[in-house]
Design a protein around this ligand. Structure first.
Ligand SMILES: *Cc1c(COP(=O)(O)O)cnc(C)c1O
Length: 389
């Protein structure tokens, strides 16, 4: 481990130095098929030509100006997001945690200053993941991310997912918002129940509670729609993006419905780097590519193929309990820890991830080919069949 760095990651002993499409190469020249995509970031593959062209062009023109000035790229990127979603107004930031932080702040400020009801509490769910800032790790439903960081901010309540009665009991006069992922990703690839999320939306509308959907991992085509909420027939009041939004360039966004516009006023929130000309040139090119090349539909097709081939190849394998997911956010639930499977896959030239200790998580780029899927399935089937249970 590098002595110059704080030990915040259990890093694989691998240094990747080059990437193109679905492939990456390490510093020894070894090639890998990348089914991690920087954790759902390089959704268009590594170094996608059109995004790269937009970035290089912008590098020649202007890198940074303050948000005290108009930023045409930011306005256009915002328009692409609002024209293609249920949202009406965007705040750009630099990461997922910042997008969720903005969502929490906007929800509270809207309730307190627009609705004048003093509400502050955010209800979130066990096994969720929302980020690493103090507010977003408090929102996260996993105790391991909270250890040693007390005191945590007040005003968060975490309950089990998919239990309407528990949610109704948790809601009080103080509830400002309910925040959730539609497929819990870090938590083990768990999609929310369809009936449940409809009931949650109805409850929110009835009680004047805001529905915040964290689309940081599920958004940008990953689940086979541009945004995962489209699968469920609901419309969040606020949703958040980062990961795939910049194809690898760090950028995040919070997208809110019209009524929330007045929740923020000049000076109530901000970010030095949020939505710079460079970042938003990349967002624009990423979204244009996704829309014009029907990338979400391709991801849906590839995801169905991947899940079908995994189910075929892994049926009857004692170590494998379930294959589940949505689009190209796919998990293989195993009967025990999968860390050795990840390491062995690497040795065979395949990069895959875990989601919790017992789930292998597959996140290929959204343009992955059938041949690449076959290659990955063959390696995984061989390794998973060999695990003793
Ligand atoms: C990755 C992730 C985050 C945090 O994003 P960062 O950019 O690492 O801050 C939040 N929510 C979900 C669902 C994520 O997958």
């Amino acid at each position: 481990m590098a002595q110059s760095l704080l030990p915040t990651y259990a890093r694989f002993p691998l240094a990747l130095v080059k990437g193109e499409g679905s492939r990456v190469w390490d510093d020894q020249g070894k090639e890998y098929l990348d089914f991690i995509s920087g954790i759902a970031v390089t959704n268009l593959g590594h170094a996608p030509a059109r995004v790269k062209e937009a970035l290089v062009k912008q590098l020649d023109e202007l890198w940074h100006v303050s948000n005290l000035f108009r930023i045409p790229n930011q306005e256009e990127a915002g328009k692409l997001l609002t024209d293609n979603s249920c949202g009406d107004a965007v705040f750009f930031c630099n990461s997922g945690a910042e997008a969720n932080e903005a969502a929490i702040k906007l929800a509270r400020r809207y309730q307190q200053l627009v609705q004048n009801n003093g509400r502050f509490e955010i209800i979130t769910f066990e096994q969720s993941f929302h980020g690493r800032t103090l507010a977003t790790l408090t929102a996260t439903g996993q105790s391991k991310v909270k250890e040693g960081f007390a005191p945590l901010p007040a005003g968060f309540k975490t309950i089990p997912l998919n239990d309407l009665k528990l949610l109704e009991e948790a809601v009080t006069e103080q509830t400002a918002a309910i925040m959730l992922e539609l497929v819990q990703a870090e938590g083990g690839i768990h999609p929310v129940d369809r009936e449940y999320i409809h009931a949650v939306q109805a409850l929110c509308q009835r009680e004047g509670i805001l529905l915040i959907v964290d689309e940081i991992q599920t958004g940008m085509g990953r689940t086979g729609k541009l945004f995962a909420y489209e699968h469920f027939g609901i419309e969040p009041d606020i949703f958040t993006l980062a990961k795939g939004l910049g194809s690898g360039f760090p950028v995040g966004a919070m997208v809110a419905k019209e009524k929330l516009r007045e929740g923020f006023t000049a000076g109530s929130h901000g970010s030095t780097f949020g939505g710079t000309p460079i970042a938003t040139s990349v967002v624009k090119a990423t979204l244009e590519t996704m829309l014009e090349e029907r990338v979400p539909a391709k991801a849906a097709e590839a995801g169905e193929y991947l899940m079908r081939r995994l189910r075929e190849a892994l049926s009857g394998v004692p170590f494998v309990q379930d294959v589940r997911g949505l689009g190209l956010l796919v998990g293989i639930q195993c009967a025990g820890p999968v860390s050795s499977v990840l390491a062995e896959a690497q040795a065979k030239g395949l990069l895959v991830l875990s989601a919790g200790p017992n789930v292998v998580r597959l996140l290929p780029n959204l343009l992955v080919t059938k041949d690449e899927i076959e290659e990955a399935v063959a390696i995984l089937a061989e390794l998973l069949k060999a695990v003793q249970v």
